[in-house]
Design a protein around this ligand. Structure first.
Ligand SMILES: [Fe+2]
Length: 221
């Protein structure tokens, strides 16, 4: 955690950053790469290149980690998306897979890649299932539709076909800060009650944007 994050909650840091005269945030244009541990480079290459169609594009091999200087021989390899960004992996030469998070549900941490259409979701689902990969969906999120599956390293992946246009997304974005501020206020109240031993283990949102899934869940035995 940074000292900034420790010193003030987010609602104060937004204004505070401007007050202390920091340079403006540089434009961040797109994902450059996301990196994760791979159990085996060839197993991972087969999945991303042969099934998902992302070409292997770059490899870096070294004994020492440039950022930390520590000794840890690795093979770092990159698959290229259509927009020039990458998903990358480290094979540490030990056939060891990354462990799943012990305190986070398996569906939470994931990466989503955009495809052009729902038809593309269906064809990718067919490709994956033909290779024995279990696929969830097509799931309707209203502004987009998705399928979900895991790669050989336990990374949860999502393919997404955007439905809403830029106008609708921009329109919905106007309420995002107000909704988050409301959530944060309720969170502060929940923390105060938790400190007194009177709160539930987790706070539930006041609003439910997906009521159709409530019906499905309650219909199950
Ligand atoms: Fe997602």
């Amino acid at each position: 955690m940074t000292s900034l994050a420790k010193s003030a909650p987010p609602s104060q840091t937004r204004a505070g950053l401007q007050d202390v005269g920091l340079p403006p945030a540089a434009p961040i244009h797109q994902l450059h790469h996301y990196a994760y541990r791979a159990r085996d480079a060839e197993e991972t290459r087969h999945f991303y290149e042969d099934i998902l169609g992302l070409p292997l594009y770059h490899i870096i091999q070294s004994d020492y980690v440039p950022s930390t200087g520590e000794y840890c021989p690795y093979t770092h390899f990159f698959f290229r998306l259509q927009d020039g960004s990458f998903i990358a992996f480290f094979d540490l030469g030990d056939d060891v897979a990354a462990l799943p998070s012990p305190n986070t549900p398996a569906w939470v941490n994931h990466i989503s890649f955009r495809v052009d259409s729902e038809a593309d979701l269906q064809s990718m689902k067919a490709r994956l299932e033909a290779e024995g990969v279990e696929v969830l969906g097509v799931t309707d999120h209203h502004i987009f539709k998705s399928i979900y599956f895991f790669d050989p390293n336990g990374v949860r992946l999502e393919l997404t076909a955007q439905l809403a246009d830029e106008f609708q997304m921009q329109k919905e974005s106007t309420s995002a800060h107000a909704r988050l501020a409301d959530w944060t206020a309720r969170k502060q109240q929940w923390r105060a009650e938790r400190a007194l031993g009177r709160a539930e283990q987790a706070l539930k949102p006041a609003q439910n944007d997906r009521p159709e899934f409530v019906k499905k869940a309650s219909a199950k035995p």
